[in-house]
Design a protein around this ligand. Structure first.
Ligand code: ADP
Length: 384
């Protein structure tokens, strides 16, 4: 079965065509970047051949047309769409009907930047690829198993009832993929694991016997550990204090916490860990404190999750930072010796898959995430 994966963002559309009969090999892969802007860059791999060009692409329908041009006359059996917010309604991959589209639209209230473009991608595929099943894979679905005590905030319950204010969690597709791969390495699903997706956006999940029981992103992706430009958890009173002191409105404070904080805010010069590390090696003070703070806050979350799980068998790192920043993994693991974590420095330095010492009580893994593959796996289960 050939499955088209669509990830439609506000100004970009990523696509992949995977073949389930060839171990989900990606036959075509690309990005249409700059939708609605003056110039749009199309960067793709078509059967291992690179393809790059510029063009004006006005909307998501035209972007899907570009993707289909690249894919040519290859038969498409099903389409999997990444949809950011599935609210409390969707726990699994779901065939997209008119009703499902309505719900995704309604959930735009909770994800105003993501669900609308996701829906545009769905509409474009429905129009251009008639009769092919469209499946939604929700970023929130994997976290729907977290218990009430974990998803409720300690605020008046009426806000949950009225507006569904609760923890949802995101990056679910990546956490599901990474936890499944971790269970394969452990050769058992009867284990307690912590998955750390550390990329531009970062989140951690506690997974018990295959089910997510806790995650660090919350009502929105702003919560949890510090990220590229997002603050992660802070005292909520800081919001009112800064609004008052700086005479700023909610849009501005939203911008500060989402776009000017995190690694960029602490370092003052970059949101990219590679640039922070380059300066940390030269003993730049701001860079050193940024690395220190990141490692510390991530370790705090891991400690909390070890408590939530009442033990931990494995910790897995993934995404741009998790897979590459060996110095951060080293610093994070220093805080975790009390749990029985023993990192093998050489294996860690080389970004190997298994980076713990043989006698380590807790296994430490580095696994490349693959959300496209996870989406394709879930689509193929629904569309037989
Ligand atoms: P996204 O969350 O957008 O998918 P990635 O998972 O690709 O992003 O992560 C991007 C981030 O990962 C970059 O901003 C950078 O901080 C970090 N990163 C990427 N490559 C490296 C590397 N070789 N060493 C350290 N950090 C890296």
């Amino acid at each position: 079965m050939k499955i088209l994966i669509i990830n439609a963002g506000s100004s970009s559309l990523k696509f992949q065509l995977l073949d389930s009969n060839k171990k989900f090999k990606a036959l075509y892969k690309g990005i249409v970047d700059g939708i609605g802007l003056k110039t749009c860059f199309i960067d793709a791999m078509a059967k291992s051949k690179p393809l790059k060009y510029k063009k004006i692409v006005k909307n998501h329908e035209q972007a899907v047309k570009e993707a289909l041009k690249i894919i040519g006359d290859e038969k498409i059996d099903a389409i999997g769409h990444r949809v950011v917010h599935g609210g409390e309604k969707y726990h699994d991959a779901t065939k997209i009907t008119a009703q499902v589209k309505k719900t995704i639209k309604k959930l735009s209230e909770l994800a105003p930047l993501h669900n609308p473009p996701n829906l545009e991608g769905i509409n474009a595929c429905k129009k251009l690829l008639k009769g092919i099943p469209n499946i939604a894979i929700f970023d929130t679905a994997f976290h729907q198993t977290i218990p009430e005590k974990a998803f409720h905030y300690a605020i008046p319950e009426k806000y949950y009832k009225k507006y569904k204010v609760r923890k949802y969690g995101f990056h679910g597709t990546s956490h599901k993929y990474i936890s499944d791969e971790t269970y394969k390495l452990l050769r058992s699903k009867n284990k307690k694991i912590i998955t750390c997706h550390l990329g531009n956006g970062s989140s951690l999940s506690a997974v018990k016997n295959g089910k997510c029981i806790e995650t660090s992103m919350g009502f929105t992706p702003l919560d949890g550990v510090p990220m590229g430009t997002r603050s992660g958890s802070i005292d909520p009173a800081i919001v009112f204090y800064l609004m008052e002191k700086e005479k700023i409105n909610s849009d501005k404070i939203d911008h500060i916490l989402n776009n000017e904080s995190g690694i960029l805010g602490v370092s003052g010069f970059s949101s990219d860990v590679r640039e922070i590390w380059a300066k940390a090696k030269k003993k730049n003070k701001k860079a050193l404190i940024t690395i220190d703070l990141l490692a510390y806050k991530i370790a705090l979350h891991i400690g909390a999750y070890a408590a939530a799980l009442n033990g931990v068998d494995a910790i897995t790192f993934t995404a741009g930072i998790g897979q590459n920043a060996w110095y951060l993994r080293r610093d994070i693991c220093k805080y975790l010796n009390f749990l029985g974590v023993k990192l093998d420095p050489k294996k860690n330095r080389k970004n190997e898959k298994i980076i713990h010492e043989k006698k380590s009580k807790v296994k430490i893994f580095v696994i490349k995430t693959n959300e496209g593959l996870q989406i394709a796996r879930e689509v193929s289960k629904i569309v037989k």
